[in-house]
Design a protein around this ligand. Sequence first.
Ligand code: SF4
Ligand code: SF4
Length: 480
Amino acid sequence: MTDTVTETTEKKIGKKEYLKSWVPYSIKRYWAYGLFTLIALGMPWIKIGGNHLFLLSFDHKKFHLAGIAFDMQELLPLVFLLLMLFVGIFAMTAIGGRVWCGWACPQTIFRVVYRDLIETKLLHLRKRIKNKQQEPDMSKPANQVKKVIAILLWSLLAIIAAADFLWFFVPPEEFFQYIQYPADHSIMVGVLIGVALFLVADVVFIKENFCVYICPYSRVQSVLYDDDTIMAVYNPNRGGEIYQGEGNDRHKAYAKKKELLVDNPAAECVTCESCVTVCPTHIDIRKGLQLECINCLECIDACTVVMGSQGKPSLIEWNSEHEVLDGGHTSFKRPKVLAYLSVIAVIIVGLFIAGSTKEHMLLNINKSTRLYKIMEDKSVENIYTFLFQNTDNKKHQYYFEIEGLDGVTIVKPTKPFSISAGFKKKKVVILATDKVLVKNSKQDTPLPITIKAYAVDDPENIVVFRKSVFVYPRLDLVKK
Ligand code: SF4
Ligand code: SF4
């Protein structure tokens, strides 16, 4: 008995004491939003060695990653990046549920900016951030004017967001040049306007319905959850079962504290519904896990204020069902999580290898359909088409050598040639020999050769090796 009294006294340490060092999740989320916005706005401007941190330019058929420029024919790093994105989403969801939705998704950030900052704080169109269920009374002319101002303000931000999106495909330095001549760049301008219009329609009219009904991620995430996944969880052991029944038959049983106390005198939920009115997706987390929950944790903040005033912790926690409902310990070393993390580690290694083995020039070799040409002096020529491509960001002089077969010389081209940055050049190449390479009087012989092509001004770093063949005729055809 004495222990229970001491425990209760310790729990009821008073509102001021309890909430003194408390930092609401909403404040932490705003910091996260600021950080992600800075990254999204700043990243397209960052260049390393003349190349962007990330750029997928369809215009120049280039992909930049961490300052390395890849050609569209060398998209392996992009494949690795996409793989990492998918597996990363799986891992993140298995560990933290829809943590992306609540903390980093542009849709949620945009909704907070529009609904909470513009409509509520700036224009007072909505009464309180804490009540997201109550829509403004649009029959009032003053509210109609405020709504128009809110849409105009958001439209300006939507254009900036659309431009930022485009900068990952059209670098800012080109974007601001192109935008001065919209008629010449109608596709870019069309995409800019289209994305901005979508953002206005989505944020102003579709709202969180996008998260609930449209977003494909919300459809698949449920299969990735398990009992150790961290999410917003109401604790019915402390608060009491507000909903009765199972599955689709689950229905609300108590709307008032006194009704709840009749069945469960220890129930702590005061049925204030602060956690319900604050929820942007309009759900009641006391019903249990729901796919609509975007992990914004606003319900936890709301309940912390309510329960904190009684010196008690929130009835809703950011924790796993295993820990909150069953009293166990959340395990992060689950086979599923370890498997995802191992795959991500392999992909990262692959990404580094793909990045470090990047070739700064490309070379495709095609041999002509005529196998060889026997000249009057009985020397033998083989003809090829070499397609060189300069994938570096400056002009170079290129030439090549033959390796692996003595006696074969380059007849054409006779000297190095230049290719500007990002450009290709086709060259007809003639290789010849006046030596007897093979004494085979029954058939022609294909002899393997290696072409070592390089930039004359930087042969150490800009060099590629390609395999091909030199076809030598039957001996009787070349006998002098
Ligand atoms: S229940 Fe609602 S308020 Fe709570 S975390 Fe989920 S979406 Fe946010
Ligand atoms: S905010 Fe807390 S006390 Fe109020 S209804 Fe929700 S769970 Fe119960």
